[in-house]
Design a protein. Structure first.
Lengths: 190, 173
C-alpha cells in the first residue's frame, strides 16, 4: 500500500503552473501543506462533502486552468451525489482524486464504507466519468501524475493508501485569506 | 400589471444584468420558467444538482474561478445546505440564492411545513441575509438589491419568494 505523503509528493513532483488543487479537509489538506503552503491550493478545513463541487465550479468558471480535487474516502462518500452532478457536466479540466485509506483518520480511524467494499471507481464510472484509474503502486502514481499534468477529460482516480497518520502540517485556516490569495492566483493564470 | 413581463423573466433579467455565469439548481416547479431561461442562455452554465448543498460549494468554486453564480431552490432545500454554508461564512464568499417558498400559503402537503417554518431562522443562524418578496411588483427590485448586496458587499443573501405570490402567478391557472 502507498504512503500518502510519498504519493502526494509523486503526484505533485512535476506540477504544471496551471494546475490548481482543492484538497479535502483533514489529511489531504495536511498532505498538500506538507509540500509547502501555496497560493495555488485552496485548503479546506470544513465543508465536508463539498470539495468535488468546489472543483466543479472552479473548473467551469476557468476552463484555461486544470483543477485537481484531492480528497479522502470519507469526504467523497459524504458528497457522493456530486459525482453524478460532475458526470453530467464533465468539464475537461477537472480531476477528482480520492486518497482512500478506508478509514476516517480525523476522528480516530473508524472504518469507512470503502473498507466494506463500496467501490468509488465503480460509482464514478456509473456516473458517466469515462477516464477512471485504480492506483495502488508507484507506476500507477506516475501515470496519474502525467494525466493530471496533461488533463484533457474529466478524470476520477482512487489512490489506495495506507491507514496511518503522518505528522500534521497545518496551512492557514483563515478562510478569507485562503480565498483571496487563491482567487488572485487563478486570475493571474490567464 | 398585464403589460409587464412575468416575475421569472424579470428575475432572469436581473441575473443577466448582474453578470451571473453559473446557475445551480434542483428542479423546482416555482422556478421552472427561470430555470428554462437559464438553460436556454449560452452565457449561463446551468448545473443541475443532486442536492442543494452541492450548489453552495459550486458557488464558492465559481467565485474562486472569477465568476458570479446564483443558486435556485425551494424552501425544503435550505435544510440541506446548513453545514455547507459554513464555507460561505468562513471564507466570506459572496452568495446569492433565490428560494421559492412552500408550506406557508394554501399548502396541500403538510410535509412541506416544518422546513418552511425553519427557513428564515436557519438562514439567519448561518449568516445569510434574507429579503422576502410577497408581491410580484417587488421581485425585480428586491432581487437586484440582493445581487448588489451579495456581490458588492461580499455577503450571503437569499431572496424568499412567498408561496402566496408564486401560487397566484404560476400554479393557479
Amino acid at each position: 500500500m502507498l504512503d500518502r505523503r510519498k504519493a502526494i509528493a509523486t503526484l505533485m513532483a512535476n506540477r504544471p503552473k496551471d494546475l490548481f488543487v482543492v484538497p479535502g479537509l483533514g489529511s489531504c489538506t495536511y498532505d498538500m501543506a506538507s509540500l509547502g503552503e501555496k497560493d495555488q491550493d485552496f485548503y479546506l478545513w470544513g465543508a465536508m462533502g463539498g470539495a468535488a463541487m468546489i472543483g466543479l465550479g472552479l473548473a467551469l468558471a476557468k476552463p484555461s486552468v486544470k483543477v485537481a480535487v484531492i480528497t479522502g474516502d470519507g469526504e467523497m462518500l459524504m458528497g457522493m451525489g456530486s459525482l453524478a452532478t460532475i458526470g453530467v457536466q464533465r468539464p475537461a479540466n477537472l480531476a477528482i482524486v480520492v486518497f482512500d485509506n478506508q478509514h476516517y483518520g480525523e476522528t480516530g480511524m473508524q472504518p469507512s464504507h470503502t473498507d466494506s467494499g463500496v467501490d468509488l471507481v465503480g460509482v464514478a464510472r456509473a456516473c458517466g466519468i469515462r477516464q477512471v484509474y485504480e492506483v495502488d503502486d508507484e507506476a500507477g502514481l506516475q501515470t496519474l501524475a502525467g494525466e493530471l499534468a496533461g488533463l484533457k477529460e474529466t478524470l476520477f482516480a482512487r489512490v489506495r493508501i495506507a491507514a496511518d497518520e503522518p505528522t500534521r502540517v497545518l496551512p492557514s485556516k483563515d478562510g478569507v485569506e485562503l480565498k483571496l490569495r487563491f482567487r488572485k492566483a487563478v486570475a493571474a493564470a490567464g | 400589471m398585464e403589460n409587464q413581463i412575468g416575475w421569472p423573466d424579470q428575475l432572469f433579467d436581473v441575473l443577466k444584468g448582474a453578470d451571473i455565469r453559473q446557475v445551480g439548481y434542483v428542479p423546482d416547479a416555482g422556478h421552472a420558467r427561470l430555470i428554462a431561461r437559464c438553460k436556454a442562455d449560452n452565457g449561463i452554465r446551468d448545473v443541475v444538482l443532486s442536492t442543494e448543498e452541492e450548489g453552495i460549494a459550486l458557488a464558492a468554486g465559481a467565485w474562486l474561478g472569477g465568476q458570479r453564480s446564483a443558486l435556485l431552490m425551494q424552501s425544503s432545500g435550505v435544510g440541506n445546505c446548513i453545514n455547507m454554508l459554513s464555507l460561505i461564512s468562513a471564507c466570506r464568499f459572496p452568495f446569492l440564492a433565490i428560494i421559492t417558498m412552500r408550506g406557508e400559503w394554501a399548502e396541500f402537503n403538510p410535509w412541506q411545513v416544518p422546513m418552511s417554518q425553519a427557513v428564515e431562522p436557519v438562514l439567519a443562524a448561518t449568516g445569510v441575509k434574507t429579503y422576502r418578496v410577497d408581491s410580484a411588483d417587488d421581485v425585480a427590485d428586491t432581487a437586484q438589491a440582493a445581487a448588489d448586496l451579495a456581490f458588492g458587499g461580499d455577503l450571503a443573501v437569499a431572496v424568499l419568494l412567498s408561496q402566496k405570490m408564486i401560487g397566484r402567478k404560476v400554479w393557479v391557472k
